[in-house]
Design a protein around this ligand. Structure first.
Ligand SMILES: *Cc1c(COP(=O)(O)O)cnc(C)c1O
Length: 380
């Protein structure tokens, strides 16, 4: 298939003949403006307010979890989640090299070191086989947890990521981690609305973390949410995210080093407006995915669809090209013609600050890095 045909199809599909077509632009067609103005008029714009609570209730409902705690962004949510499951300085945390840098940064903020394992080729998320192989080769169960026999460090958590909203094999990952007593923090930043057997991503591990950054499926301008079925962890998340201040009518007493991570009410107002539109966004994007699927059918270019037993949110849609040369030609042509496309992120172990970290063979991640391209995926 000629790349120019793809550009024409995308232009027709978005019916924006001349404009620059973005990868994912936000749409504010619900009560967003109403809620934001109401918040300004009330002067309650900061980190205590009705919309913060309302967004938490909406998110625990959507994710099907006992608790949801609103935070300033997904990165700080991951940082907090890792602290809460007990990650400390000098520990190791298992994750994937194929991810956005925030996953590895959050691990580093705790003073722990990321361990990068391969992804499955089909899910693009952490491979249960790679996880099992790593733990069998390096893991040693002791009373205080699982240790890496080679480095002597504790393996304190595992952070699988649901790439572009396609669910990782989360049940297998959680099962393996349970056997080894390793807590699971799901990086669900990209997977709001994505399910595995009708259960929401983010609700399988000990804690799940969502992001509401400007390019995500719904946005709060900036924001994040921790979800958990462990009420105690949820309460601790709220405590730590609000400077660990003990409740009191007027006194300021903080019982540990806390964080200023709570989502402001102004952002939560926008988020509530957006979350009300989530079902519409999901359907609209599924429709676009079907159109892409049909267009690429039989073309020799594979459009990535959801796997059996899963429901993807189709946050960023992707195609698989034949190799790095094709990928680069495609990226160059489309971006020159005003149709924004993007390669997968540079794998984490290739970034200067993570080059020294342990990584396995990365056979699938390397191949995906050379082949996957994101296409414009906005709600129309
Ligand atoms: C967006 C994203 C984050 C971080 O979210 P922010 O809200 O931007 O801090 C974390 N992990 C992944 C995989 C993401 O895509």
């Amino acid at each position: 298939m000629n790349y120019q045909e793809i550009i024409s199809f995308i232009r027709e599909t978005f019916s924006e003949k001349d404009a620059h077509i973005l990868l994912h632009k936000p749409v504010f067609s619900g009560k967003e403006t109403d809620y934001v103005l109401k918040t300004l008029e009330s002067t309650i714009v900061s980190s205590v307010g009705e919309f913060v609570n309302r967004s938490e209730n909406m998110m625990s409902e959507i994710a099907g979890t006992a608790k949801a705690v609103a935070v300033v962004n997904g990165t700080s949510g991951l940082h907090l989640a890792l602290k809460l499951v007990g990650v400390n300085s000098g520990d190791e945390v298992i994750s994937q090299a194929l991810t956005f840098v925030a996953t590895a940064n959050a691990i580093s903020y705790t003073g722990a070191e990321p361990v990068f394992l391969d992804v499955d080729y089909d899910t693009m998320g952490l491979s249960p086989n790679a996880l099992q192989a790593f733990l069998e080769a390096f893991g040693e169960k002791r009373e205080s947890g699982t240790f890496n026999k080679k480095t002597g460090k504790r393996i304190a958590a595992c952070v699988p990521m649901h790439t572009f909203g396609f669910p990782v094999r989360i049940e297998e990952v959680v099962e393996i981690c349970r056997t080894w007593n390793i807590p699971v923090v799901e990086d669900a930043a990209e997977s709001l609305g994505s399910l595995v057997k009708d259960k929401h991503t983010g609700s399988f591990g000990d804690i799940g973390v969502f992001s509401f950054n400007g390019n995500k499926i719904v946005t709060a301008g900036g924001g994040g949410m921790l979800v958990t079925n462990n009420i105690d962890l949820g309460n601790k998340a709220k405590h730590l995210s609000t400077t660990a201040k003990m409740p009191h009518a007027f006194e300021y007493f903080h019982n540990e080093v806390g964080y200023n991570y709570r989502m402001p009410n102004l952002n939560a107002a926008l988020l509530c407006g957006q979350l009300e539109k989530l079902d519409f966004f999901l359907e609209n994007k599924r429709d676009l995915a079907n159109q892409y699927q049909e267009f690429f059918h039989g073309s020799g270019i594979q459009f990535r669809s959801e796997l059996p037993d899963t429901r993807a949110n189709y946050w960023l849609m992707c195609i698989e090209l034949d190799g790095k040369k094709d990928r680069d030609d495609f990226l160059k042509l489309t971006n020159e013609k005003g149709v924004m496309t993007r390669p997968i992120w540079t794998l984490m172990h290739k970034l200067p600050m993570f080059q020294h970290c342990y990584r396995d063979e990365q056979r699938h991640a390397e191949k995906l890095e050379e082949r996957i391209v994101n296409l414009p995926s906005s709600v129309r």
